[in-house]
Design a protein around this ligand. Structure first.
Ligand code: BEZ
Length: 385
Protein backbone atom coordinates (compact mmCIF):
# COMPACT_ATOMS: atom_id res chain seq x y z
CA UNK A 1 0.00 0.00 0.00
CA UNK A 2 2.79 2.39 1.03
CA UNK A 3 4.74 1.55 -2.10
CA UNK A 4 1.72 2.25 -4.28
CA UNK A 5 1.18 5.61 -2.56
CA UNK A 6 4.85 6.55 -2.92
CA UNK A 7 4.78 5.65 -6.62
CA UNK A 8 1.59 7.63 -7.16
CA UNK A 9 3.07 10.67 -5.40
CA UNK A 10 6.29 10.40 -7.41
CA UNK A 11 4.48 10.25 -10.75
CA UNK A 12 2.22 13.14 -9.74
CA UNK A 13 5.33 15.18 -8.91
CA UNK A 14 6.92 14.26 -12.24
CA UNK A 15 3.73 15.22 -14.08
CA UNK A 16 3.63 18.57 -12.26
CA UNK A 17 7.31 19.24 -13.11
CA UNK A 18 6.65 18.42 -16.79
CA UNK A 19 3.70 20.84 -16.77
CA UNK A 20 5.87 23.62 -15.32
CA UNK A 21 8.52 22.97 -17.98
CA UNK A 22 5.92 22.88 -20.74
CA UNK A 23 4.79 26.37 -19.68
CA UNK A 24 8.34 27.80 -19.69
CA UNK A 25 9.93 28.84 -22.95
CA UNK A 26 13.19 27.13 -23.83
CA UNK A 27 15.86 29.75 -24.49
CA UNK A 28 18.25 28.76 -27.29
CA UNK A 29 21.43 30.85 -27.48
CA UNK A 30 22.39 31.05 -31.17
CA UNK A 31 26.01 32.12 -31.45
CA UNK A 32 26.80 32.40 -35.16
CA UNK A 33 28.64 34.73 -37.55
CA UNK A 34 26.39 37.39 -39.08
CA UNK A 35 29.31 39.33 -40.58
CA UNK A 36 32.60 38.45 -42.27
CA UNK A 37 33.71 35.61 -44.53
CA UNK A 38 31.41 33.03 -42.81
CA UNK A 39 28.25 35.20 -42.59
CA UNK A 40 26.23 33.20 -45.13
CA UNK A 41 27.14 29.96 -43.33
CA UNK A 42 25.68 31.35 -40.11
CA UNK A 43 22.45 32.30 -41.89
CA UNK A 44 22.06 28.80 -43.36
CA UNK A 45 22.60 27.15 -39.94
CA UNK A 46 19.98 29.40 -38.33
CA UNK A 47 17.52 28.80 -41.20
CA UNK A 48 17.95 25.02 -40.91
CA UNK A 49 17.41 25.10 -37.14
CA UNK A 50 14.32 27.29 -37.49
CA UNK A 51 12.89 25.06 -40.23
CA UNK A 52 12.89 22.00 -37.97
CA UNK A 53 11.33 23.97 -35.09
CA UNK A 54 8.64 25.33 -37.45
CA UNK A 55 7.90 21.78 -38.64
CA UNK A 56 7.28 20.84 -34.99
CA UNK A 57 4.79 23.71 -34.57
CA UNK A 58 7.32 26.03 -32.87
CA UNK A 59 7.70 23.76 -29.82
CA UNK A 60 10.04 20.94 -28.79
CA UNK A 61 8.70 18.56 -26.13
CA UNK A 62 5.93 21.04 -25.41
CA UNK A 63 8.31 23.95 -24.86
CA UNK A 64 8.09 27.00 -27.04
CA UNK A 65 11.46 28.01 -28.44
CA UNK A 66 12.83 31.50 -27.86
CA UNK A 67 16.02 32.55 -29.65
CA UNK A 68 18.70 34.84 -28.25
CA UNK A 69 21.25 35.74 -30.93
CA UNK A 70 24.86 36.92 -30.92
CA UNK A 71 27.03 37.76 -33.95
CA UNK A 72 30.36 36.13 -33.04
CA UNK A 73 32.12 37.69 -36.08
CA UNK A 74 34.19 34.47 -36.35
CA UNK A 75 36.53 36.20 -33.89
CA UNK A 76 38.05 33.89 -31.25
CA UNK A 77 39.26 36.92 -29.25
CA UNK A 78 35.64 37.96 -28.56
CA UNK A 79 34.26 34.44 -28.10
CA UNK A 80 34.54 34.01 -24.32
CA UNK A 81 32.81 37.34 -23.64
CA UNK A 82 30.09 36.54 -26.18
CA UNK A 83 29.30 33.11 -24.77
CA UNK A 84 29.38 34.39 -21.18
CA UNK A 85 26.81 37.03 -22.15
CA UNK A 86 24.48 34.32 -23.46
CA UNK A 87 24.89 32.08 -20.43
CA UNK A 88 25.17 34.58 -17.56
CA UNK A 89 23.24 37.65 -18.78
CA UNK A 90 20.59 36.05 -20.99
CA UNK A 91 20.31 32.77 -19.04
CA UNK A 92 20.01 30.60 -22.13
CA UNK A 93 19.13 26.94 -21.55
CA UNK A 94 21.06 25.61 -24.55
CA UNK A 95 23.89 26.86 -26.73
CA UNK A 96 23.91 26.30 -30.50
CA UNK A 97 26.75 27.42 -32.77
CA UNK A 98 29.12 28.12 -34.41
CA UNK A 99 31.09 28.07 -37.67
CA UNK A 100 34.70 28.90 -36.70
CA UNK A 101 36.70 26.24 -34.83
CA UNK A 102 38.57 28.76 -32.65
CA UNK A 103 35.31 30.40 -31.52
CA UNK A 104 33.67 27.00 -30.92
CA UNK A 105 36.56 25.87 -28.70
CA UNK A 106 36.03 28.92 -26.47
CA UNK A 107 32.31 28.09 -26.34
CA UNK A 108 33.06 24.46 -25.45
CA UNK A 109 35.31 25.53 -22.57
CA UNK A 110 32.56 27.68 -21.00
CA UNK A 111 29.88 25.06 -21.75
CA UNK A 112 31.96 22.42 -20.03
CA UNK A 113 32.60 24.61 -16.98
CA UNK A 114 28.94 25.60 -16.61
CA UNK A 115 27.33 22.33 -17.76
CA UNK A 116 25.24 24.20 -20.36
CA UNK A 117 24.10 21.83 -23.14
CA UNK A 118 25.99 22.76 -26.31
CA UNK A 119 25.32 21.53 -29.84
CA UNK A 120 28.06 22.42 -32.31
CA UNK A 121 26.35 23.03 -35.65
CA UNK A 122 29.47 23.38 -37.79
CA UNK A 123 32.97 23.92 -36.35
CA UNK A 124 35.00 20.73 -36.80
CA UNK A 125 37.74 21.33 -34.18
CA UNK A 126 39.09 17.94 -33.15
CA UNK A 127 39.56 19.09 -29.55
CA UNK A 128 35.79 19.51 -29.01
CA UNK A 129 35.14 15.81 -29.50
CA UNK A 130 38.68 14.97 -28.37
CA UNK A 131 40.41 16.18 -25.19
CA UNK A 132 37.63 18.72 -24.40
CA UNK A 133 34.76 16.24 -24.88
CA UNK A 134 32.01 16.32 -22.27
CA UNK A 135 28.65 14.77 -21.41
CA UNK A 136 26.85 18.01 -22.39
CA UNK A 137 28.66 18.71 -25.69
CA UNK A 138 27.48 17.25 -29.03
CA UNK A 139 28.18 17.94 -32.68
CA UNK A 140 25.62 17.82 -35.52
CA UNK A 141 28.22 18.46 -38.24
CA UNK A 142 31.61 16.73 -38.72
CA UNK A 143 35.17 16.76 -37.42
CA UNK A 144 37.73 18.56 -39.60
CA UNK A 145 39.53 15.23 -39.89
CA UNK A 146 36.57 13.42 -41.56
CA UNK A 147 36.36 14.99 -45.08
CA UNK A 148 40.17 15.35 -45.25
CA UNK A 149 40.77 11.71 -44.34
CA UNK A 150 38.21 10.53 -46.92
CA UNK A 151 39.83 12.66 -49.65
CA UNK A 152 43.36 11.28 -49.04
CA UNK A 153 42.24 7.89 -50.34
CA UNK A 154 40.42 9.37 -53.34
CA UNK A 155 43.47 11.37 -54.45
CA UNK A 156 45.80 8.37 -53.99
CA UNK A 157 43.45 6.17 -56.06
CA UNK A 158 43.54 8.77 -58.86
CA UNK A 159 47.26 7.94 -59.09
CA UNK A 160 48.59 11.27 -57.77
CA UNK A 161 51.89 10.91 -55.92
CA UNK A 162 52.97 14.44 -54.93
CA UNK A 163 50.51 16.92 -53.48
CA UNK A 164 50.75 20.50 -52.22
CA UNK A 165 48.22 21.60 -49.59
CA UNK A 166 46.99 25.14 -49.08
CA UNK A 167 44.69 26.45 -46.34
CA UNK A 168 44.06 29.02 -43.63
CA UNK A 169 46.43 28.73 -40.67
CA UNK A 170 44.05 27.78 -37.84
CA UNK A 171 42.57 24.62 -36.34
CA UNK A 172 40.17 23.83 -39.21
CA UNK A 173 42.78 24.18 -41.95
CA UNK A 174 45.50 22.38 -39.99
CA UNK A 175 43.23 19.46 -39.07
CA UNK A 176 41.72 19.10 -42.52
CA UNK A 177 45.21 18.88 -44.02
CA UNK A 178 46.34 16.47 -41.26
CA UNK A 179 43.38 14.16 -42.03
CA UNK A 180 44.18 14.27 -45.75
CA UNK A 181 47.88 13.64 -45.15
CA UNK A 182 47.18 10.70 -42.82
CA UNK A 183 45.31 8.62 -45.42
CA UNK A 184 47.16 9.94 -48.50
CA UNK A 185 50.60 9.06 -47.12
CA UNK A 186 49.31 5.71 -45.77
CA UNK A 187 48.35 4.96 -49.38
CA UNK A 188 51.87 5.80 -50.62
CA UNK A 189 51.49 9.49 -51.59
CA UNK A 190 53.54 12.40 -50.31
CA UNK A 191 52.56 15.89 -49.23
CA UNK A 192 55.53 17.85 -50.55
CA UNK A 193 54.57 21.33 -49.32
CA UNK A 194 52.03 22.71 -46.80
CA UNK A 195 51.13 26.32 -47.65
CA UNK A 196 49.13 28.65 -45.39
CA UNK A 197 47.63 32.10 -45.14
CA UNK A 198 46.40 33.57 -41.84
CA UNK A 199 42.59 33.47 -41.30
CA UNK A 200 40.64 35.27 -42.86
CA UNK A 201 43.27 36.55 -45.33
CA UNK A 202 42.50 35.96 -49.03
CA UNK A 203 45.72 37.21 -50.64
CA UNK A 204 46.62 33.99 -52.48
CA UNK A 205 48.77 35.30 -55.34
CA UNK A 206 52.24 34.59 -53.95
CA UNK A 207 51.26 31.06 -52.92
CA UNK A 208 49.66 30.30 -56.29
CA UNK A 209 52.93 31.32 -57.93
CA UNK A 210 54.74 28.93 -55.58
CA UNK A 211 52.34 26.10 -56.51
CA UNK A 212 52.97 26.73 -60.22
CA UNK A 213 56.73 26.57 -59.62
CA UNK A 214 56.50 23.38 -57.52
CA UNK A 215 54.43 21.55 -60.18
CA UNK A 216 52.76 18.97 -57.90
CA UNK A 217 50.44 16.27 -59.33
CA UNK A 218 47.51 17.84 -57.43
CA UNK A 219 46.50 20.38 -54.78
CA UNK A 220 44.37 19.69 -51.68
CA UNK A 221 42.70 22.61 -49.96
CA UNK A 222 40.40 23.71 -47.13
CA UNK A 223 38.64 27.04 -47.55
CA UNK A 224 35.01 27.95 -46.89
CA UNK A 225 32.54 30.80 -47.39
CA UNK A 226 33.86 34.01 -48.96
CA UNK A 227 37.45 32.73 -48.81
CA UNK A 228 36.52 29.64 -50.84
CA UNK A 229 34.88 31.79 -53.54
CA UNK A 230 38.02 33.93 -53.85
CA UNK A 231 40.39 30.93 -53.82
CA UNK A 232 38.59 29.02 -56.60
CA UNK A 233 38.42 32.14 -58.77
CA UNK A 234 42.08 33.01 -58.17
CA UNK A 235 43.17 29.41 -58.88
CA UNK A 236 41.43 29.56 -62.26
CA UNK A 237 42.71 33.07 -63.03
CA UNK A 238 46.29 31.92 -62.31
CA UNK A 239 45.85 29.34 -65.10
CA UNK A 240 46.30 26.36 -62.73
CA UNK A 241 42.90 24.74 -63.26
CA UNK A 242 43.88 22.76 -66.35
CA UNK A 243 47.43 21.82 -65.36
CA UNK A 244 47.10 20.94 -61.64
CA UNK A 245 43.83 19.30 -60.45
CA UNK A 246 42.29 20.91 -57.38
CA UNK A 247 40.67 18.79 -54.64
CA UNK A 248 39.14 19.94 -51.40
CA UNK A 249 37.07 19.34 -48.33
CA UNK A 250 33.54 20.01 -49.63
CA UNK A 251 33.25 23.43 -47.96
CA UNK A 252 35.25 24.69 -50.95
CA UNK A 253 32.17 24.41 -53.18
CA UNK A 254 29.19 24.32 -50.75
CA UNK A 255 27.00 27.42 -50.63
CA UNK A 256 29.51 29.10 -52.98
CA UNK A 257 28.67 27.92 -56.49
CA UNK A 258 26.57 30.92 -57.57
CA UNK A 259 29.54 33.18 -56.89
CA UNK A 260 32.22 30.81 -58.26
CA UNK A 261 30.41 30.19 -61.54
CA UNK A 262 32.25 28.22 -64.23
CA UNK A 263 35.56 28.50 -62.34
CA UNK A 264 34.35 25.70 -60.01
CA UNK A 265 33.19 23.31 -62.77
CA UNK A 266 34.55 19.78 -62.37
CA UNK A 267 36.10 20.23 -58.89
CA UNK A 268 35.97 17.03 -56.80
CA UNK A 269 35.35 17.37 -53.08
CA UNK A 270 34.42 15.16 -50.12
CA UNK A 271 31.67 15.99 -47.64
CA UNK A 272 28.79 14.51 -45.63
CA UNK A 273 26.21 16.07 -47.98
CA UNK A 274 25.58 16.44 -51.71
CA UNK A 275 22.99 18.38 -53.71
CA UNK A 276 21.92 15.22 -55.51
CA UNK A 277 21.20 12.58 -52.88
CA UNK A 278 17.69 12.11 -54.31
CA UNK A 279 16.32 10.37 -51.23
CA UNK A 280 12.71 11.07 -50.21
CA UNK A 281 14.00 12.53 -46.90
CA UNK A 282 16.41 14.94 -48.57
CA UNK A 283 14.00 15.94 -51.33
CA UNK A 284 11.33 16.82 -48.74
CA UNK A 285 13.87 18.84 -46.76
CA UNK A 286 15.10 20.69 -49.85
CA UNK A 287 11.58 21.54 -50.92
CA UNK A 288 10.55 22.78 -47.45
CA UNK A 289 13.74 24.85 -47.10
CA UNK A 290 13.35 26.44 -50.55
CA UNK A 291 9.71 27.23 -49.79
CA UNK A 292 10.41 28.86 -46.41
CA UNK A 293 13.58 30.80 -47.25
CA UNK A 294 13.49 31.19 -51.09
CA UNK A 295 17.03 29.77 -51.11
CA UNK A 296 18.59 26.41 -51.93
CA UNK A 297 19.88 24.58 -48.84
CA UNK A 298 23.51 23.58 -48.39
CA UNK A 299 25.49 21.51 -45.88
CA UNK A 300 25.28 24.26 -43.25
CA UNK A 301 21.48 24.31 -43.46
CA UNK A 302 21.46 20.53 -42.94
CA UNK A 303 23.69 20.84 -39.88
CA UNK A 304 21.41 23.50 -38.36
CA UNK A 305 18.36 21.35 -39.04
CA UNK A 306 20.05 18.35 -37.41
CA UNK A 307 21.19 20.39 -34.40
CA UNK A 308 17.48 21.04 -33.76
CA UNK A 309 16.72 17.34 -34.27
CA UNK A 310 19.41 16.39 -31.72
CA UNK A 311 18.04 18.89 -29.22
CA UNK A 312 14.56 17.43 -29.78
CA UNK A 313 15.86 13.89 -29.15
CA UNK A 314 17.44 14.94 -25.84
CA UNK A 315 14.39 16.93 -24.74
CA UNK A 316 12.05 14.11 -25.58
CA UNK A 317 14.03 11.77 -23.31
CA UNK A 318 13.52 14.16 -20.35
CA UNK A 319 10.05 15.46 -21.29
CA UNK A 320 11.42 18.96 -21.67
CA UNK A 321 13.17 19.02 -18.28
CA UNK A 322 16.77 20.03 -19.00
CA UNK A 323 17.81 19.66 -15.36
CA UNK A 324 17.93 15.87 -15.97
CA UNK A 325 21.33 16.24 -17.63
CA UNK A 326 22.49 12.61 -17.79
CA UNK A 327 19.16 11.44 -19.27
CA UNK A 328 19.18 14.36 -21.74
CA UNK A 329 22.64 13.28 -22.95
CA UNK A 330 21.62 9.61 -23.10
CA UNK A 331 18.62 10.62 -25.25
CA UNK A 332 20.95 12.05 -27.90
CA UNK A 333 23.49 9.23 -27.55
CA UNK A 334 20.79 6.65 -28.31
CA UNK A 335 19.08 8.60 -31.09
CA UNK A 336 19.24 7.77 -34.77
CA UNK A 337 19.00 11.20 -36.37
CA UNK A 338 16.88 11.14 -39.51
CA UNK A 339 19.07 13.64 -41.34
CA UNK A 340 18.63 14.85 -44.94
CA UNK A 341 22.26 13.66 -45.41
CA UNK A 342 21.18 10.12 -44.45
CA UNK A 343 20.54 8.74 -40.96
CA UNK A 344 23.35 8.98 -38.42
CA UNK A 345 24.19 8.21 -34.80
CA UNK A 346 26.87 9.84 -32.67
CA UNK A 347 30.18 8.26 -31.65
CA UNK A 348 31.30 7.77 -28.05
CA UNK A 349 32.81 11.28 -28.18
CA UNK A 350 29.50 12.74 -29.57
CA UNK A 351 30.50 13.33 -33.22
CA UNK A 352 28.34 12.05 -36.15
CA UNK A 353 29.32 8.67 -37.58
CA UNK A 354 28.44 9.27 -41.21
CA UNK A 355 29.02 8.54 -44.87
CA UNK A 356 31.42 10.94 -46.57
CA UNK A 357 30.36 11.50 -50.17
CA UNK A 358 32.55 12.19 -53.19
CA UNK A 359 30.96 15.02 -55.16
CA UNK A 360 31.75 16.82 -58.41
CA UNK A 361 30.70 20.33 -59.36
CA UNK A 362 28.43 20.21 -62.40
CA UNK A 363 26.64 23.44 -63.29
CA UNK A 364 25.56 24.96 -59.99
CA UNK A 365 25.44 21.71 -58.01
CA UNK A 366 27.67 19.36 -56.05
CA UNK A 367 26.57 16.18 -57.82
CA UNK A 368 26.95 12.83 -56.12
CA UNK A 369 29.76 10.67 -57.55
CA UNK A 370 29.77 7.99 -54.84
CA UNK A 371 30.61 7.26 -51.21
CA UNK A 372 34.26 8.03 -50.48
CA UNK A 373 34.13 6.61 -46.94
CA UNK A 374 31.25 4.60 -45.48
CA UNK A 375 30.13 5.26 -41.86
CA UNK A 376 33.31 7.16 -41.06
CA UNK A 377 33.83 7.77 -37.32
CA UNK A 378 36.25 10.38 -36.05
CA UNK A 379 38.80 8.60 -33.83
CA UNK A 380 37.95 10.98 -30.93
CA UNK A 381 41.60 10.99 -29.86
CA UNK A 382 42.05 12.12 -26.27
CA UNK A 383 38.35 11.96 -25.32
CA UNK A 384 37.63 10.37 -21.93
CA UNK A 385 33.90 9.95 -21.41
C1 BEZ B 1 35.80 25.49 -38.94
O1 BEZ B 1 36.37 26.53 -38.54
O2 BEZ B 1 35.83 24.46 -38.27
C2 BEZ B 1 35.10 25.48 -40.25
C3 BEZ B 1 34.69 26.67 -40.83
C4 BEZ B 1 34.00 26.64 -42.04
C5 BEZ B 1 33.70 25.44 -42.65
C6 BEZ B 1 34.10 24.25 -42.06
C7 BEZ B 1 34.81 24.27 -40.86
Amino acid sequence: MNTIRTLALASAALFATSLVHAQNKLKVGLMLPATGTFASLGTAIENGFRLYVTEQGGKLSGREIEFVKVDDESDPAKATDNVNKLIKRDNVDVLVGTVHSGVAMAMAKVAKETGTPFIVANAGAGAITGPMCAQNIFRSSFSNWQPGYAMGDVVAKKGHKKVVTITWKYAAGDESVAGFKESFEKAGGQVVKELNVPFPNVEFQALLTEIAATKPDAVYTFFAGGGAVKFVKDYAAAGLRKSIPLYGAGFLTDGTLEAQGADADGILTTLHYSDQLNTPRDSAFRLAYAKQFKLQPDVYAVQGYDAAQMLAAGLSAVKGDLSRKAEFAAGIEKARIDSPRGPFTVSRSHNPVQDIYLRQVTGKENKLVGIASKSLADPGRGCRL
